[in-house]
Design a protein around this ligand. Structure first.
Ligand code: BG6
Length: 492
């Protein structure tokens, strides 16, 4: 579609920013918090960049008032954060930690005072350790019941104050990293286990959405999914087929289940042949297909898409610039080495896209891909969409007390334009939450890779002053919000 003039952003558009508990809170053992799988994983040698962990992170637990104060100063309309399950139920099930709940009540109260809409993520990867140890985490159906019980507590506690809820963050990423590539906890290498854990999470997601509809009838709930459009490398029909396979597995494998309750047909058939498809009972199929268990909106986390060709070799694509930084890129679809549990003939091969630039970390910069993503998702599922993450990871430098992150401003501007084009195309977009509000711990890249509007003096030795300094992008985004997305210029 071509537009001579772009539509304005809707009047009540939610201009926001995002975070996740493990990446910002710190206070890992304070006030009765239990351990999560990340608390242990990050302390095992070699798992994270320079052994960085969320023990202190950016100390948001103690500095939340200062952080919300900065959000208010910026004029932020919405703030997406996650709850640390083990802070409110230390063992995953059983005893509730009142002090943990109190922290989130205080945070939400502070946001309310600042007229900032809270967007609450129930699960952003930090599973209580006790559930991993007792049940094997998501490999066991018992974790579904624990999750439902945890969500019920949150709906009871926060349902009256919080309208927008995210069930699960990037299920595609953490199941792949945790169970297939072995780069997140529980560090396993089995495609079959990944699909099993993933199936349990699907049921958990559906059950919790159904419960939400009973308990919080005026709210809206949906998962946040890491979406990337899948391009064919050439018009060679074999490459086109490979990109269809990639789309089926990278996107539809999750979104179809969320929105229709059905696993994509061809992929499922392939997995059955490989004997890795989990059994889906009649009872489970029923809950997945129950329309009351389907989302009210879709959260889309967008960083980039992918380009695919028919599988010739199985090899991760890396660029030279990326080499020095990269530990693992969650969006690359091949492991560094083939392991015995992988099928011998993968369904597609992920290659570089020569039409787009890259970030310092080798992530493709593809704003048009955001418009494509929004169009594809909206066309297929016709649900309102909220962009729950989008941002640029970079090595910011403090020069004379200032952070001149013009590269981030350009990146975000281009994506905001793409978003406006998608709105003009007709996509129903509720809001845009940039990743991230403050700098925060990157799961595998420590503090070298920063995303925030607010610089935090924290380093990979985790002994920074934790001082907050708004970056240039802070005042830029403030103007974007004030002008409801019209003013993207950078003030000199
Ligand atoms: C998303 C996650 O995958 O990407 C975030 O939801 C994460 O938690 C973000 O921080 C950026 O990833 P990274 O690896 O660059 O820090």
């Amino acid at each position: 579609m071509f537009h001579k003039k772009l539509d304005n952003f809707p009047k009540d558009f939610l201009w926001g920013a995002s975070s996740a508990a493990y990446q910002i809170e710190g206070a890992a053992t304070e006030d009765g918090k239990g351990k999560s799988i990340w608390d242990v994983y990050a302390h095992e040698k070699g798992n994270t960049y320079k052994g960085t962990s969320g023990d202190v992170a950016v100390d948001h637990y103690h500095k939340y008032k200062e952080d919300v104060g900065l959000m208010k100063k910026m004029g932020l309309k919405a703030y997406r954060f996650s709850i640390a399950w083990s802070r409110v139920i230390p063992e995953g099930v059983g005893k509730v930690n009142i002090k943990g709940l109190k922290f989130y009540h205080n945070l939400i109260h502070e946001l309310e005072k600042a007229h900032i809409e809270p967007i609450l993520t129930i699960y952003h990867w930090d599973l209580p350790l006790a559930l991993q140890e007792k049940y094997g985490g998501w490999e066991s159906a018992k974790t579904i019941a624990a999750f439902k019980n945890y969500a019920e507590l949150l709906f009871r506690e926060f349902g009256a104050e919080v309208k927008y809820w995210v069930t699960i963050n990037e299920q595609n990423v953490f199941t792949s990293m945790g169970y297939r590539w072995g780069t997140h906890p529980p560090k396993k290498h089995s495609f079959k286990l990944m699909l099993l854990a993933n199936h349990h999470i699907n049921i958990a997601n559906a059950e919790v959405i159904k419960l939400f509809h009973q308990m919080v009838p005026n709210g809206m709930i949906g998962p946040s999914f890491g979406y990337g459009p899948t391009y064919a490398k050439t018009s060679d029909p074999e490459d086109v087929l490979a990109s269809m396979n990639a789309n089926d597995f990278n996107n539809n494998w999750w979104l179809d289940v969320y929105c229709t309750g059905k696993y994509p047909f061809f992929c499922k058939k392939q997995f059955e042949k490989w004997n890795i498809m989990p059994e889906v009972t009649g009872e489970e199929q029923k809950i997945l297909e129950d329309t009351e268990a389907h989302p009210d909106f879709l959260g889309i986390n967008y960083y980039h898409g992918g380009t695919f060709q028919q599988n010739r070799i199985q090899k991760a694509v890396k660029s030279e610039e990326q080499e020095s930084f990269d530990k693992t890129d969650p969006y690359l679809e091949q492991p560094k080495e083939r392991n015995a549990n992988e099928p011998e003939v993968p369904m597609f091969n992920n290659v570089e896209n020569s039409y787009v630039d890259k970030t310092q970390w080798g992530w493709e910069k593809d704003p048009t891909g955001l418009r494509i993503a929004l169009r594809q998702v909206y066309e297929k599922y016709h649900l309102p969409i909220m962009i729950t993450e989008n941002g640029l990871g970079a090595q910011d430098k403090v020069v004379k007390g200032k952070i001149n992150d013009n590269y981030r401003i350009s990146y975000l501007s281009e994506h905001i334009i793409a978003m406006r084009e998608a709105i003009t195309d007709g996509v129903n977009l509720l809001g845009y939450c940039a990743w991230s509000f403050t700098d925060l711990l990157s799961w595998l890249n420590g503090y070298s890779k920063r995303y925030g509007f607010v610089y935090v003096d924290q380093n990979d030795q985790e002994n920074g002053s934790l001082k907050r300094i708004p970056k240039r992008s802070f005042s830029w985004y403030k103007n974007v919000i004030k002008s409801n997305g019209k003013d993207l210029k950078v003030e000199e």
